[in-house]
Design a protein around this ligand. Structure first.
Ligand code: HEM
Length: 151
């Protein structure tokens, strides 16, 4: 039995290790690791130091570099990585991301619409002309033909 006041050294060590594993990183700090020789990624709320994997990544190092400085979850998922790729991630896990520090995606703002114009007269005139002009040309062509035939 463990008496009161006894501090379990193994438990402390275990706790310290798991706390180190669960280090919470700020986005700003993670975003600085954006080089081939120092590359961190944010995927599903977790931070990965993929520096040792850059040369071996089957998708190439460029694609990993382009996924730095942002939440790369969608980029990672869009590729449809295999289960073995997901298992590999554990090796590069270095902590969690503080979600409140990740910049939000900008909301889509639709372009300003042209003001609504209830007066449809110009549109109507254009439509009539589009219809009438070819008919007039045809009629003219027909008339010219008839006229030249008689002579
Ligand atoms: C810790 C993070 C990552 C690991 C461990 C990883 C691992 C792998 C592995 C093992 C493959 C081979 C195919 C498979 O087994 O699915 C692969 C392919 C690929 N990965 Fe990653 N990857 C990571 C992150 C990323 C990210 C963030 C991107 C995108 C920005 C990416 C883009 C690609 C591409 C484009 C391929 C090639 C797919 C193909 O040609 O079939 N990977 N990755």
């Amino acid at each position: 039995m463990i008496s009161k006041g006894f501090v379990c050294v193994f438990c402390l060590q275990f706790e310290a290790e798991s706390m180190a594993d669960k280090k919470v990183h700020l986005f700003e700090e993670v975003a600085k690791h954006n080089k081939t020789k120092d590359c961190w990624l944010i995927i599903s709320g977790k931070v990965y130091d993929v520096t040792p994997f850059m040369e071996d990544h089957p998708g190439g190092d460029e694609v990993l570099l382009s996924a730095t400085g942002k939440d790369a979850t969608n980029d990672f998922e869009d590729v449809g990585h295999s289960d073995s790729a997901r298992d590999m991630m554990e090796k590069y896990y270095i902590g969690e991301i503080d979600a409140s520090t990740v910049p939000q995606k900008r909301a889509y703002i639709p372009p300003p619409q042209a003001p609504y114009n209830p007066d449809k007269t110009p549109e109507f005139v254009i439509k009539i002309l589009q219809f009438l002009v070819p008919i007039l040309i045809l009629a003219l062509a027909f008339a010219v033909r008839q006229y030249t035939k008689k002579e």
